[in-house]
Design a protein around this ligand. Structure first.
Ligand code: IVH
Length: 676
């Protein structure tokens, strides 16, 4: 059966449109359409390909879902060896490198390309006539593993290249990595499913790529940056590294936006300092920068020694690891009862921050690392993640040190500690009877992204729960000023402020409220999806497990958690208590598309303190109306909202002539019907 021409055309149109949007997203970092539109086009292509399977090609964007598991990886011999880089650990070593290079070449100042040194794993991608035919790991540099089905699942890696002068055979080299966000999301999911927790984004990326079942790889948030070319045939490639990267980018290869041309060693060091200062702002981990001689003929003249080129060097950042000693191992009881072993450490500076404790995740993790009290350990802090123990230093264990065992009863409420089959996490079975769980539940409820009650910090919650003043979130709304003022370190003023913050939190949104409930498996994103899907709390409460499961991103486990949550009389009471106290949200359509968005396209900046709401709340209210809220004033700012004690943003707004709204004006804008 041959397919109608119109179908063939439509399929090719969909493929090239999807490729184009992938390019806008991953290479240009400038998407033109929302994800939902992309998904719609993809769904149409999937439908057509299912009806005309003879038209499926391996470079189709639908073919990224992973294939059936392999028995083992095949070996691949690299067309050109994959070299590694020599390291410089301080500026002097970079200065020496530059001097050596200049002497060899007889040049007084060199053009370099400076790039972030990505902390992932190197891959080789082979394109034949612009179509991806092979992906391989570095292996020992000469031979690697064939991970073609796996790399095909990574959306940042183009399945086919587009444009002029693409060599018949082109091998590109680059780094597969995981963003910090992706890493956190993955570990959250792994934790929920009781599966292995990864120590850092690099391990997570490596573990995810080297899966015999590429469908597992497909489910992992891997991404890719290209940093060079290996073998190439029929090439008319530019003779400068920087231009080559631009050419690769034009063909569809993602290149880090941090790559820069610099002059001489001064340019290199300046780049290093500036990137080091911004390191934590990047979406991904880097462990240094790489300098490469720009001119390809100079690279060729320099050649390589051992297994590293003479024309490049990695300038490493100081380690974010340090040695210290484990003083004790205790456990923390989380909001859902999860018992987490935590090592208390001899205070130590890691990457400029004092670290005094490190999470050990769970019993299995403690056993795997075999951490014991008194051990000397390597602690690591990567980006803004919680410090972790990387490993124990062997040979420094104190005699008689015994393995750590998780307590069998909760240290807070003495309920039994239980571990569900197949779950890595042990939990206190005390539920909200356990003061620790109660404290965490209240803290979560009040947190900035939930009900946003400012001033309800750890110490206050501890006292409120210990004193029996607060058993559930609903009790917060019955607190009196006298009760608050009687707490330790709470004056009249702070009690008043806290009461006001509690009062303000009553006007909320349904997603925030749902998130604040702390239902297992319902994070911020899921709360949003639920609110949009069901539209009202009543509809959600009435939902059966089956209908919950039809919601995007909600699997059977979370559906069951949600269902059970609303079936518990206790939870119903708390919800009723909250609503009776006046906690409310706008009802009606929650879908972005349906809501009127009168402030769409306008950028706001908030400064100073508003009497009627917190800053987060103001931000949400604006965003609900379609506005964007920026953190600093620029010429693109449309309005500045100034509360009491505004900061320097106000002066800047004035100097740019940007309209300034006071609180009254702001409230009028939010709700035009309210102002007379
Ligand atoms: S160039 C011949 N550029 O670092 C040059 N490598 O220590 C070899 N890496 O195996 C690679 N970012 O995994 C190059 N911008 C970058 C890099 C980079 C990270 C990794 C790569 C390589 C290792 C060598």
């Amino acid at each position: 059966m041959s397919a109608p021409v119109a179908i063939v055309r439509r399929i090719e149109f969909l493929r090239s449109t999807l490729d184009h949007h992938n390019y806008r997203y991953y290479v240009l970092d400038d998407p033109e359409i929302p994800d939902s539109e992309y998904d719609r086009l993809m769904a149409e292509l999937v439908r057509l390909e299912a009806a005309y399977p003879q038209l499926i090609i391996s470079a189709s964007p639908t073919q990224r879902v992973g294939a059936s598991p392999l028995p083992a990886f095949n070996e691949v011999k690299h067309r050109m060896p994959m070299l590694s880089l020599a390291n410089a650990f301080d500026e002097q070593e970079v200065i020496d490198f530059d001097r050596r290079v200049r002497e060899r070449l007889g040049i007084s100042e060199l053009a370099y390309v400076a790039e972030p040194k990505l902390d992932g794993l190197a891959v080789s991608l082979v394109y034949e006539d612009g179509v991806l035919i092979q992906g391989a790991t570095r292996g020992d540099g000469t031979r690697g593993e064939d991970v073609t089905p796996n790399v095909r699942t990574i959306r940042a890696i183009p399945l086919r290249l587009h444009g002029q002068d693409i060599p018949r055979l082109l091998e590109v080299r680059g780094e597969i990595y995981m963003t910090r966000d992706g890493f956190r999301r993955l570990n959250d999911e792994q934790m929920k499913r009781g599966e292995k927790i990864f120590a850092n984004p690099r391990n997570a990326a490596a573990g995810s790529l080297r899966q015999l079942d590429s469908r597992v790889t497909a489910s992992r948030p891997l991404t890719f940056f290209c940093y060079g070319i290996g073998a190439a045939e029929n090439d008319r490639l530019p003779q400068r590294h920087f231009e080559r990267l631009q050419r690769l980018k034009a063909w569809g290869m993602p290149i880090s936006s941090e790559v820069a041309e610099v002059r001489g060693v001064d340019g290199c060091l300046k780049y290093y300092r500036s990137l080091a200062a911004r390191r934590n702002e990047l979406a991904y981990d880097i462990d240094g920068v790489v300098y490469k001689v720009d001119a390809l003929d100079s690279q060729a003249a320099l050649g390589s020694v051992a297994r590293a080129p003479r024309w490049a060097i990695a300038h490493k950042f100081p380690a974010e690891e340090a040695l210290t000693q484990v003083l004790t191992i205790g456990v923390q009881v989380g909001r859902t009862g999860a018992i987490t072993p935590v090592a208390r450490l001899q205070a130590v500076q890691v990457g400029g921050v004092t670290v005094t404790s490190a999470t050990l995740h769970n019993q299995a993790e403690v056993e795997r690392k075999d951490v014991r009290v008194g051990d000397t350990v390597v602690v690591r802090r990567a980006g803004d993640v919680i410090p972790e123990i990387v490993r124990v230093v062997p040979g420094r264990r104190l005699p008689g040190a015994r393995p750590f065992v998780l307590p069998t009863v909760c240290p807070e409420c003495h309920s039994e500690v239980v571990q569900a089959d197949g779950e890595a996490v042990a939990r206190c079975s005390g539920g909200l009877f356990c003061p620790a769980q109660r404290r965490q539940a209240i803290r979560h409820f009040a947190s900035r992204r939930a009900m946003d009650i400012e001033g309800l910090g750890e110490k206050v919650v501890e006292q409120l729960v210990a004193g029996g003043l607060v058993r559930t979130a609903a009790d917060l709304y019955q607190l009196t000023k006298e009760q608050l003022a009687a707490l330790e370190r709470m004056g009249d003023k702070s009690s008043e402020n806290l009461l006001q913050a509690i009062e303000k939190s009553k006007a909320t949104t349904l997603p925030r409220f749902l998130y604040a409930m702390g239902i297992r498996g319902v994070g911020e994103a899921t709360a949003q999806v639920l609110a949009h899907h069901f539209g009202s709390l009543e509809a959600l409460q009435a939902a059966q497990v089956e209908s919950l499961q039809t919601v995007p991103d909600i699997g059977p486990v979370v559906a069951q958690h949600i269902f059970s949550f609303f079936r518990q009389a206790h939870n119903q009471e708390v919800i009723q208590g909250l609503r009776d106290a006046g906690v409310s949200w706008a009802s009606g359509p929650q879908t972005p598309a349906q809501r009127p968005r009168p402030l769409s396209g306008k950028t706001f900046v908030l400064t100073g303190t508003l009497k009627s709401m917190g800053r987060e709340q103001a931000k949400v209210r604006l965003e609900l109306l379609g506005a964007r809220v920026a953190s600093s004033v620029s010429r693109n700012t449309d309005f500045v909202v100034a509360g009491a004690d505004p900061g320097s943003k106000l002066g800047k707004a004035r100097s740019f002539g940007i309209p300034i709204l006071d609180e009254e004006g702001f409230l009028g804008l939010l709700d035009p019907s309210a102002s007379s």
